[in-house]
Design a protein. Structure first.
Length: 49
């Protein structure tokens, strides 16, 4: 499937809360970026609402 960016957070942020509408299972992945570039994506995690 396709991915959509849902947030960008500031430096040193270690958590984020999402409040999607009820529905299907949502899949999430994260990565870190700085002036040198971006990391690869994390493993996927999912949440069924």
């Amino acid at each position: 499937g396709s991915w959509s960016q849902i947030a960008t957070v500031g430096a040193n942020v270690t958590s984020y809360s999402d409040t999607p509408q009820k529905g299907p299972t949502f899949f999430y992945r994260v990565r870190a970026c700085n002036s040198a570039g971006c990391s690869g994506y994390s493993n996927e995690v999912n949440e069924k609402l």
